[in-house]
Design a binder for this molecule. Structure first.
Ligand code: 5GP
Length: 212
């Protein structure tokens, strides 16, 4: 049965572990893809251009905006980030479900264009836990940690608009927290595939053959 891919937006505050969760889903489930975003921020140690992000200059980002190349884009934590239309189109055309790991402003833009898209918000168990994770990550300056924590309250306030809420617990309290959260994401994807709407073409064909 030919299946059309669907969009899954995953958002949550910086440091909550979205990237690890998404990486684990992709590692364990080949039938799910990830859209690689463009960003004007500098790569962090270990990040690879074209894999983590397409790292672009401000000028290039302006050009992509002018060309209408973005499905959505937003200013986040003093940099610009955007999802390329081509990444969404290519992913969905292959019949794969596609994860967009994007911020809350981007999520609202996606939901406006594709009401069928599913939104998932990842929460930390507490503010203290989130602050600890950001510091432990060791990739942010004190200024960057301050900016990101300052945005958390606003971000979490939008969680009420998301379809699903996942709590990513601290591994020191819940040792397989990452596994649990990633399987919850995949459970959501699997459940949506079983919805009637996903099987309309199949049901039509089956009914037609039975009524011959
Ligand atoms: P980071 O710099 O920590 O990788 O990401 C910062 C924030 O930007 C995260 O909340 C992440 O989800 C968001 N982000 C990453 N890519 C995109 C994108 O293409 N569009 C939007 N709107 N947000 C993005």
């Amino acid at each position: 049965m030919a299946r059309h891919g669907r969009l899954y937006v995953i958002s949550g505050p910086a440091g909550v572990g979205k990237s690890e969760i998404v990486k684990t889903v992709l590692k364990n489930h080949e039938d799910v893809g990830l859209s690689v975003s463009c960003t004007t921020r500098a790569p962090r140690p270990g990040e690879v251009d074209g894999v983590s992000y397409h790292f672009v200059t401000d000028e290039r980002f302006d050009q992509l905006v002018a060309e209408g190349a973005f499905y959505e884009w937003a200013n986040v934590h003093q940099h610009r980030y955007g999802t390329l239309r081509s990444a969404v189109r290519d992913g969905l055309e292959q019949g794969r479900d596609l994860i967009l790991e994007i911020d809350v402003q981007g999520c609202l833009q996606v939901m406006r264009q594709d009401p069928e898209a599913t939104s998932i918000f990842v929460c930390p168990p507490s503010r203290e836990n989130l602050e600890k994770r950001l510091r432990d990550r060791g990739t942010e300056t004190e200024e960057s940690i301050r900016v990101r924590l300052g945005n958390v309250a606003r971000e979490v306030a939008t969680a009420y608009h998301y379809d699903y809420i996942i709590v990513h617990y601290d591994w020191s309290e819940v040792p397989d927290a990452l596994q649990i959260a990633s399987e919850q994401v995949y459970d959501i994807i699997s459940t949506r595939r079983l919805e009637r709407q996903s099987s309309i073409e199949f049901l039509d064909a089956l009914n037609q053959s039975l009524n011959r």
